[in-house]
Design a protein around this ligand. Structure first.
Ligand SMILES: Nc1ncnc2c1ncn2[C@@H]1O[C@H](COP(=O)(O)OP(=O)(O)O)[C@@H](O)[C@H]1O
Ligand SMILES: [Mg+2]
Ligand SMILES: [Zn+2]
Length: 496
């Protein structure tokens, strides 16, 4: 049985509209002050309240006993206007998109309203109108009779001609943040006497992807399947996740540079019947949340997670450095559209994953080893007089820096730094030597250098500059590893 929750819970007044606070407030104010416009444009994703708000507004402009801008629902006008096609007309442009229909509308528009003060025309999916129909509509919008209000609604604003846009007061409906959806769903379930647990609630709300309507449709299926006693396993069965886990798995396989697992985890995710473009979007969203958590964002209207999930996100994000997360985020955000037009989207997606492995410092991994045997340019070897005391002091500083890098969970950098075989101080410059070309390339990057400098400064604030030098294998360098191993025992594991 289907409950059609989304129909039952269509908001009847502005206060029942969830989210869209700015829009609701502005429209209420217009009702209260009587300062109305004759053409409104409601745009935004489906299931966010455009049609509902248009209907509420249409009633509110005619209600004679409205309180705080809301239609009362009881006055003669409100009651009469509950009948469709009295003074409020809903036109679906998808099926009435021809010029004849708009011309017909133009004629009827001139007749005065039957019940209230205004005739309101709600033209839904207005982007479906043909060019000539748009032109006909434009004429009406240019000189509308005083008693007429148009509300145009669309999910595809970019398809509207500029001439239409410029004549309407525009409101952008937004996808709803997860916490708002959860709150609303809770409300709906409580009112219907449907039982649930927090985890299921979150899962269903998340599956709505910001659309109240989609969320309620999914809730419908879950509630019917569970016979009104919602349980997590059954919820997972219906929704076909658990999504997060497969996304997490792909991300972790990239981090651990495990190519075999990349392919396996992608296959796995797709095996769950997921569309690859959706998967890509979810990857990007998931990583974005990790970035926000890592950056310390605590505002749940920005974060797309629930308070109870914060710790989990913090833990996952601590496994990555910001650089890696940023790379991954841009990559998945970038290919999302490309996937749509790709002949083989799966290959494109997998190739993106593999590229990320490279970007995230696979160069310090085994693949680069062969480079070492063919040393390139012979660069700097120690130009400094080596004072034994100073050098052990420097080694100690360096050891502390390595620990700090580790603490910051910058795994790729940390890994590359373990190949450093000599550090020196000359004046205010700190020199880092490595004879691993891959690691040299990894470390010798503006952002990473500045992180290292910042850390060195914690222990020696006379340092103002850090330089990385690549020494080929046979260059004569003192090995700092041994002395560091002594100082820090097993705390630092060196790459051999
Ligand atoms: N902002 C919202 N607040 C409360 N319910 C909403 C909201 N947006 C959508 N809904 C739910 O979804 C259903 C469809 O909403 P609708 O207003 O037709 O969305 P749109 O026109 O933006 O696609 C409503 O009946 C209601 O149950
Ligand atoms: Mg609609
Ligand atoms: Zn009323």
């Amino acid at each position: 049985m289907n409950l059609a929750l989304y129909r039952e819970f269509r908001p009847k007044n502005f206060d029942e509209v969830v989210g869209q606070d700015y829009i609701v407030k502005t429209l209420k104010n217009q009702i209260k002050t009587g300062r109305l416009t004759h053409a409104y444009l409601f745009c935004g994703p489906r299931g966010t309240g455009k049609t509902s708000t248009a209907k509420i507004f249409a009633k509110a402009v005619n209600c004679t006993h409205s309180t705080d801008g809301n239609p009362c629902g009881m006055c003669a006008e409100c009651v009469a206007l509950s009948e469709p096609n009295t003074d409020i007309f809903e036109i679906d442009a998808a099926s009435n998109n021809r010029v004849e229909e708009i011309r017909d509308l133009r004629e009827k528009v001139s007749y005065p309203p039957l019940i209230g003060k205004y005739k309101v025309y709600i033209i839904d999916e207005v982007h479906m109108l043909t060019d000539s129909a748009f032109n006909a509509l434009l004429k009406t919008l240019e000189e509308p009779p005083k008693h007429v209000i148009f509300i145009l609604a669309t999910t595809e604003i970019h398809k509207l001609p500029a001439t239409i846009l410029s004549r309407c007061m525009r409101f952008d409906f937004k996808l709803l943040p997860l916490n708002t959806l959860v709150e609303h769903l809770k409300n709906v379930f409580d009112k219907k006497g449907i039982t649930y647990d927090e985890k299921s609630l979150n899962l269903i709300a998340r599956a709505g992807e910001g659309s109240v309507r989609d969320m309620l449709s999914i809730a419908d299926s879950v509630a019917s399947y569970c016979d009104y006693k919602i349980d997590y396993t059954m919820t997972e069965n219906v929704i076909g996740l658990s999504n997060r886990d497969s996304i997490k798995d792909i991300l972790l396989s990239i981090l651990s540079k495990d190519i075999r697992r990349v392919f396996e985890s992608v296959k796995n995710a797709l095996g769950m019947g997921k569309n690859i473009q959706v998967l890509c979007k979810e990857m990007a969203d998931f990583i974005k949340n990790l970035i926000m958590v890592k950056a310390g964002v605590g505002d749940y209207s920005i974060l797309d997670i629930m308070p109870g999930e914060y710790a989990q996100y913090a833990e996952i994000s601590s496994n990555f450095n910001m650089e890696e997360l940023k790379n991954a985020f841009s990559k998945f955000a970038e290919i999302e559209l490309e996937l749509k037009y790709s002949i083989n989207p799966e290959n494109l997606f997998e190739s993106a994953c593999l590229q990320l492995i490279n970007m995230n410092g696979a160069s310090s991994g085994p693949a680069i080893k062969s480079v070492e045997t063919t040393p390139k340019v012979e660069t700097v070897v120690s130009k400094l007089p080596e004072k034994k005391e100073q050098s052990s002091e420097i080694d100690k500083i360096w050891g502390n820096v390595l620990l700090k890098v580790k603490e910051r969970n910058m795994f790729a950098l940390s890994n590359a730094l373990t190949t450093v075989n000599k550090v020196e101080k000359s004046g205010n410059t700190f020199f880092i030597h490595t004879n691993d070309l891959g690691s040299f390339e990894m470390i010798d990057n503006k952002e990473r250098i500045s992180v290292i400098l910042e850390m060195i400064k914690l222990f020696d604030d006379s340092i103002v500059e850090v330089k990385v030098e690549y020494d080929s294998k046979n260059a004569s360098t003192t090995d700092v590893k041994d002395s560091l191993k002594d100082i820090f025992k097993s705390k630092i594991k060196f790459k051999e």
